[in-house]
Design a protein around this ligand. Sequence first.
Ligand SMILES: C[S@@+](CC[C@H](N)C(=O)[O-])C[C@H]1O[C@@H](n2cnc3c(N)ncnc32)[C@H](O)[C@@H]1O
Length: 361
Amino acid sequence: MSSMAFSVGAPPTTRTDSDEYAYDIPNRSIRKPPIAEMKVLGGMTVTGNFNDVHRPVLLREVVDLLGSEDRFISGGLIVDGTLGAAGHASACLEAFDRAELFGIDQDPEILEIAREKLRPFGERARVTHGRISELSSLLQTAELGQPTGMLFDLGVSSLQLDQPERGFSFAADGPLDMRMDPTRERTAADIINNWDEADLADLFYYEGDESRSRSIARAIVQSRRRAPFLRTSALAELIAGEMGGGKGGKIHPATRCFQALRRAVNEEGEELLSGLDVAEEWLANEGVLVVISFHSGEDRAVKHFFAEGARRGRWRVLTKKPLAADRQESRTNRRARSARVRAAVRVRAAEASAPRGEGAS
Ligand SMILES: C[S@@+](CC[C@H](N)C(=O)[O-])C[C@H]1O[C@@H](n2cnc3c(N)ncnc32)[C@H](O)[C@@H]1O
């Protein structure tokens, strides 16, 4: 593969951040596998074909961006900071047959699925539990050297949304939890039952783009005086009531608040920022970082990071505008509609030749 320019597919359909929750709708049209195909891994029931349960978005684009400029022709290390069911990771190991992979995920149940999927690649794939914010120390411990490629496919996996007992879903009742990493202490219930009204309103407004944030926060605070919120259905019903039932809307009325709440529980904004720093610190010269985001705030953060990095001579941006799913992918995987991919190459040459103190970290 030679050096290539990446074009922007015309945004296929109207995009909203809430398309990330497209799976979380009752009577969804996603094919459910026959029971015989299913098996239990890490406490989750999944099909023999893992891509049926979580379809990796913009797969070809991600592989092309990572492999641009023949980066993995004679080896190299890919770090996947959001391994999930290893859809992108396994496609990369297939495409770059000399590359190795170090993958992490904060969800131990999903990690078991990834382990199973990556088994055929033997020692080329190493997998461990951890958060993006711990990646620097995990890389240090693993002693694998500098990565040539890094991938962050942010947000929630459909495997998580599909397990009501994990508490991500407004469509199916479960405990109000939403922790991707069960070793975290704070659950969604802790936030809903303890945060001030103003803080809840800000969360729904700034992280969820919810225009009714103030009245929803007020209703939550009034209701929790009578009894704390413990179940997703209780919260979803209260929000729906506050929004007049949401009749005729394209999305469930609780979608935006649930997304905002999940982002707070898992500190997703902070995790992204530390991931960008880890990439700048660890990527080899000419190594590439690819980020898939599902939230306009996240996409903006990546855009600004790359622009500022390019201004300082540390990054060369590959995607002037973010790549989006084409019509075909958007039709068959609604979650892909809100996905945006940006990529940039780490440039260290200037740092190496700069006089001491200039351009150094
Ligand atoms: C969208 S899925 C990734 C799907 C994956 N690319 C695939 O092809 O199967 C996001 C995954 O990242 C994990 N995740 C999200 N934030 C994380 C973080 N800060 N650190 C580690 N894992 C994270 C989630 O648990 C989830 O499994």
